[in-house]
Design a protein around this ligand. Structure first.
Ligand code: IPE
Ligand code: IPE
Ligand code: MG
Length: 262
């Protein structure tokens, strides 16, 4: 699989079904609180929703699904919740990787993984390696990820790739060093749980993504709620800086793929 050295100078082609959907899975704690359950019960239910979403993406022919599982700011949570989240992550990796592999899913984990336990780092590597040959769906889990961290590490790697370079650096020099350079930029961004913010998720890569916010809490997000987001996406006109009139003549903007009916 090649590298998507995308740049805002290129006009991407539009399609009816997004190639890449990126999601901030939010609202687990509030879901649990409403039921007088501990927050961790919400995280458990959240894992169920992840399974549902992977299935939904496979069925709809979506090629890339990226999920924000743990931000670089989430270490600020109570130690007990952080350690339960880690345990849940380990368990989900161990239990799901076989099924993901069987279904043609390639798993990738992005973020500053050095902060994790060496055992967890090894488990991540093994899971990625096991599924590396799959191409039906790429599932990326963002863990200890921050958009600013990503841009900075890419700058550092870019600069050390050619310390003697005299000419000015271009966008296309940087993008191969971003954590998700194996994927096209997200077409559709979804945040569940009602907050309307990016919370340091993909900052560079969301430059031209369609944004969709829903009140639905992550444990309750299902394929019907997902289809509502996809329908909203289909109704939008992605202009990438051009005018509406330009689009009606441009073949680059003509939709491909099949419509989702809701
Ligand atoms: C999202 O749900 C899961 C993670 C951030 C790990 P939250 O735990 O943020 O749930 P709320 O926002 O408190 O409801
Ligand atoms: C964002 O959710 C991070 C993840 C979903 C992993 P948060 O619930 O941590 O976001 P804020 O702090 O409310 O913005
Ligand atoms: Mg939250």
């Amino acid at each position: 699989m090649g590298c998507f050295a995308s740049s805002t100078r290129d006009v991407p082609t539009a399609s009816v079904v997004p190639r890449h959907v990126a999601i901030i899975m939010d609202g687990n704690g509030r879901w649990a609180k409403k039921r007088l359950l501990p927050r961790v019960a919400g995280h458990h239910r959240g894992v169920e929703t992840v399974r549902t979403m992977v299935r939904a993406c496979l069925e709809r022919g979506i090629e890339y699904l990226t999920l924000f599982a743990f931000s670089s700011e989430n270490w600020r949570r109570p130690q007990e919740e952080v350690s339960l989240l880690m345990q849940l992550f380990v368990r989900a990796l161990k239990e799901e990787v076989k099924k993901l592999d069987r279904n043609g899913v390639r798993l990738r984990v992005i973020g500053d993984l050095e902060r994790f336990d060496p055992d967890l780092q090894a488990l991540i590597k093994a899971s990625e390696n096991r599924t590396a040959g799959n191409s039906r769906l790429t599932l990326t889990i963002a863990a200890n990820y921050g958009g600013r961290w990503d841009i900075l590490q890419a700058i550092n790697r870019m600069l050390s790739s050619d310390p003697e370079k005299g000419a000015e650096w271009q966008e296309a020099d940087l993008t191969p060093h971003l954590a998700m350079s194996y994927a096209p930029e997200p077409d559709l961004f979804i945040r569940t749980g009602g907050e309307q913010r990016i919370s340091n998720f993909l900052l560079w890569q969301l430059a031209y993504s369609e944004l969709y916010f829903t009140e639905v809490l992550w444990p309750e997000f299902d394929s019907t709620a997902f289809d509502a987001a996809l329908v909203s996406y289909q109704q939008r006109e992605r202009r990438f800086g051009r005018t509406s009139e330009q689009l009606s003549g441009a073949s680059a903007a003509s939709p491909t793929g099949s419509r989702i009916d809701a």
